[in-house]
Write a protein that binds this ligand. Structure first.
Ligand code: GLC
Ligand code: GLC
Length: 646
C-alpha cells in the first residue's frame, strides 16, 4: 500500500531529476524520518525539485574543487530534510501562504521597530508585556537585537554569538523565545533576529576547539601560524574597528594569528570550507523553525575572503547568500533575508534580489537625509532617489533614520563629484557638523572610530540628539519628524529605533557601563526612557509632539496605498532646499515634498503645473489648491495626492 502510494507520488516533476539526485533526496528523507508519499514528503519533494538545482550549482561553484564537496552536499540535504520534518505545522502553513508572494512585506501597513531586549524591556517576558504598546504604535515588524548566548561583559551588544541554540540566560529561555514569536505573529508582528554568520564569539564551541589546536575546528576559522599571510591579506583590507585592534588579525595565546574583522573576540568563519556552510545552514534552519520571520544577515560584505582583494563584497559573497537563500526556499520558504551591507551604494544594490536578500537596509538614504539636514541642500539626496532607489520586483528597502550602529557617510564620491563636492572634504564637514564642532551646528553627536591615520570617522547619537532636541525647540522637533517623513514615504519598510518616537536623547552613562566604555555607539542605545513614554500622549511636551507626529506619519502611510512597494518617480522641485518625489498608485500619484531649510520655501506654480489645480493634502485630509504654487514652512513636509491632468 505505502509502496504503491509512494510510487504514485514520485510521478511528476521529481522524476525529471537525475537518479543520483533522487537517491540523495530519498536517503535524506528516509533518514530524517519523513514518511514516503505523505503530504510533508510531497511538499518537500516539490520544493526540492524546484530549488535543488540552484543550490547544487551554487554549492559546487564555491566548493567544486574540494575533496569533500559530495559529502558536505549530502550532509546539507540531510540537514534540510530534518529541518523540514521538525518544522511546526503553523510555520508550514505560513510557508505556503508566503511562497512567491512579496505583497505582505511591501504593504504600506508595514512598520518596523528595533530594540535591545535587556535595555528596552529587561527580558523576553518584558518584550511580551509591551505587545499592546507595539500595537498602539502600529508595528508589524519587530527586530530584537542579538539575544543568544554571548561572552560577558564584552559581546559587541550580542554580535559575538557563543551558541544559537541557547538564549542569553539573562534574557530568558528558548521556550520563551518560541512562545514570543508565536504571540507576536498572532498580533500581526513579524519577528526579526540577526543571523551573525560572518563570525562567532571566541567562546563558541567551535572557537574553543580551534583555539585548543583541534585541526577540524581550526579549519572553521582563518588561522595562520605566523604573520606571513595576515600581512599579505592586510595589504588590501580596510580596518573596521581600528580603536579595538589594528588590522584584521589578532594573536592567539599559542602564537597563531586568527582573522577578526570586528573585535578581538569576534572570529571570522572560513566559508571556503564547505563544512562551515553546512554547519551554519543548520543554525539558520534552527532559527527559522523557532518562528523567526526575517533574518538580518549581518555584515554580508565580509563573508568571503580572497588574497589580493579588499575581501569585501566579492562575487562569492553573493553566491554564498544565494546558496543560503536556496536552502530556505526548500526548508523554510516563509523566511526572508535582510541584507546589512553598509558599503558603496553600487555594492549595496548587488545584494538585493529575490534569490539573494529580499530586503536591504537603505544606508545611502539614511546618510543623505542627515547630509541634507546639515547642508539644507537636497541635491545629493534627490540624486540618490532618482538613480539608486528603484530595485527589483519582489524586494524592498528597509528605510531608517538611524540604527543601533553609527552613521557612516557611504555616498559615492563619483555622485558627489557631479555637484563639485569633494567626498573626503564633505565627510570631514559632516563629521564636524554632527559632533557640534562646526559653527551654527544644532547636532549633539559623538565621534565613532575616529581614525587619525586615514581621516575616517563615523557618527553616533540618537535621532533627537542629532537633531538638537536637547534644547526642546520646535525646530528640533520638526527635524525629527522631517527625517522620518522621508523614511516613511520613499518606499520600503520604515524602521524606528524604539524610543526615538518619544524623542530619547543621548545617554552618556555608557562610559560607566562595564564593556561599553570604549564604544561610543552605546550613547545612542539608552535604557527604556520610561519618563518620556509617560508624556507621549501630552502634545504640549516635546515627547508628545514627536510621538503625535510619528503616529500621524504611520497612520497616513497605512491609509495611503500609493506608498506600498518601492517604486518612486523623481520630481524636480526647482528649489535646492526642497526634496520632492512621486509615488505612483493606480491612476493616482502621491507627491511628497520636504523642506530641509530653516526658512519658508516656495515650490512654484510652474513647477506644479503638470498636475491638476486641486490636490488632496493627506495630513490635513483636505483639498488644497496648488495652481498658485505652494509654500512649505521651515522643516515642514507635505504628502499630496495629485492628479495628473487628463
Ligand atoms: C554589524 C552590526 C554591528 C556589529 C558588527 C559586527 O555591522 O550592526 O553592530 O558591530 O556587525 O557583528
Ligand atoms: C558594518 C559596517 C561598518 C560599520 C560597522 C558597525 O558592517 O561595514 O562600516 O560601522 O559594521 O558599526
Amino acid at each position: 500500500m505505502v509502496e504503491s502510494a509512494s510510487l504514485d507520488a514520485t510521478q511528476g516533476p521529481f522524476d525529471a531529476r537525475e537518479p543520483g539526485e533522487q537517491q540523495l533526496f530519498r536517503t535524506a528523507a528516509a533518514q530524517a524520518g519523513l514518511v514516503t508519499g505523505s503530504g510533508d514528503w510531497r511538499a518537500l519533494v516539490e520544493r526540492f525539485d524546484r530549488h535543488y538545482p540552484d543550490l547544487s550549482r551554487l554549492f559546487r561553484s564555491l566548493y567544486g574543487s574540494r575533496p569533500d564537496v559530495e559529502e558536505q552536499l549530502g550532509g546539507l540535504v540531510l540537514e534540510i530534510a530534518r529541518s523540514w520534518q521538525d518544522r511546526p505545522a503553523d510555520l508550514k502553513q505560513l510557508d505556503a501562504g508566503r511562497e512567491g508572494n512579496s505583497e505582505w512585506f511591501q504593504s504600506n501597513r508595514m512598520l518596523g521597530g528595533v530594540c535591545y531586549v535587556d535595555r528596552y524591556a529587561a527580558d523576553l517576558e518584558g518584550v511580551r508585556a509591551r505587545i499592546p504598546y507595539f500595537k498602539e504604535l502600529g508595528l508589524t515588524y519587530l527586530h530584537l537585537m542579538p539575544l543568544f548566548l554571548a561572552p560577558e561583559p564584552l559581546s559587541d551588544g550580542g554580535y559575538a554569538v557563543s551558541s544559537y541554540r541557547e538564549v542569553n540566560p539573562k534574557l530568558g529561555t528558548m521556550d520563551q523565545l518560541r512562545a514570543l514569536a508565536a504571540e507576536l505573529r498572532a498580533n500581526g508582528i513579524s519577528l526579526v533576529v540577526d543571523f551573525i554568520f560572518n563570525h562567532t564569539s571566541n567562546e563558541h564551541e567551535w572557537a574553543r576547539r580551534a583555539a585548543e589546536g583541534d585541526s577540524r575546528y581550526s579549519d572553521y576559522y582563518w588561522i595562520f601560524p605566523d604573520r606571513t599571510m595576515p600581512d599579505a591579506f592586510e595589504q588590501d583590507v580596510r580596518e573596521i574597528f581600528p580603536e579595538d585592534h589594528p588590522g584584521s588579525f589578532v594573536q592567539l595565546p599559542d602564537g597563531r594569528w586568527i582573522w577578526a574583522t570586528f573585535h578581538t573576540f569576534q572570529w571570522d568563519l572560513n566559508y571556503s570550507n564547505p563544512e562551515v556552510f553546512r554547519a551554519m545552514a543548520g543554525e539558520m534552519l534552527f532559527l527559522a523553525n523557532l518562528g523567526v520571520d526575517i533574518l538580518r544577515m549581518d555584515a554580508v560584505a565580509f563573508i568571503w575572503k580572497q588574497l589580493g582583494t579588499p575581501c569585501e563584497s566579492l562575487p562569492e559573497a553573493h553566491t554564498l547568500l544565494r546558496a543560503f537563500n536556496a536552502v530556505c526556499r526548500i526548508a523554510a520558504p516563509a523566511l526572508l533575508f535582510k541584507s546589512e551591507a553598509i558599503v558603496h551604494p553600487d555594492e549595496v544594490a548587488l545584494y538585493i534580489d529575490p534569490a539573494e536578500c529580499q530586503l536591504s537596509y537603505n544606508p545611502l538614504q539614511m546618510a543623505l537625509t542627515w547630509e541634507a539636514l546639515a547642508t539644507r541642500n537636497v541635491s545629493l539626496l534627490a540624486q540618490a532617489l532618482e538613480r539608486r532607489h528603484n530595485i527589483a520586483p519582489g524586494t524592498s528597502w528597509v528605510n531608517y533614520v538611524r540604527s543601533h550602529d553609527d552613521i557612516g557617510w557611504t555616498f559615492a564620491d563619483e555622485d558627489a563629484a557631479e555637484f563639485g563636492i569633494n567626498g573626503f572634504d564633505h565627510r570631514r564637514f559632516l563629521n564636524s557638523f554632527y559632533v557640534n564642532r562646526f559653527p551654527g551646528s544644532f547636532a549633539h553627536g559623538v565621534p565613532f572610530q575616529d581614525n587619525p591615520r586615514t581621516g575616517d570617522c563615523r557618527i553616533s547619537g540618537t535621532t533627537a540628539s542629532l537633531c538638537g532636541l536637547e534644547d526642546g525647540s520646535a525646530e528640533a522637533i520638526r527635524r525629527v519628524l522631517l527625517t522620518h517623513s522621508v523614511a516613511f514615504s520613499t518606499g520600503g519598510i520604515p524602521l524606528l529605533y524604539l524610543g526615538d518616537e518619544v524623542g530619547q536623547l543621548n545617554d552618556y552613562g555608557y562610559a560607566q557601563e562595564d564593556g561599553h566604555e570604549a564604544d561610543s555607539r552605546w550613547v545612542h542605545r539608552p535604557q527604556f526612557p520610561a519618563e518620556k513614554y509617560a508624556k507621549r500622549l501630552d502634545p504640549a511636551t516635546p515627547e508628545g509632539a514627536v510621538y503625535a507626529g510619528l503616529r500621524r506619519l504611520a497612520e497616513v502611510r497605512a491609509a495611503t496605498p500609493e506608498l506600498a512597494g518601492t517604486r518612486l518617480v523623481p520630481f524636480t522641485t526647482n528649489n535646492p532646499a526642497v526634496l520632492g518625489y512621486q509615488r505612483p498608485g493606480h491612476g493616482t500619484v502621491v507627491l511628497a515634498l520636504a523642506n530641509f531649510s530653516d526658512s519658508p520655501q516656495v515650490v512654484s506654480a510652474e513647477t506644479l503645473s503638470g498636475f491638476a489645480a486641486e490636490a488632496l493634502d493627506l495630513f490635513a485630509g483636505e483639498p488644497v489648491r496648488i495652481d498658485e504654487g505652494l509654500v512649505l514652512r521651515p522643516q515642514d513636509y507635505a504628502w499630496l495626492r495629485v492628479v495628473p491632468p487628463s
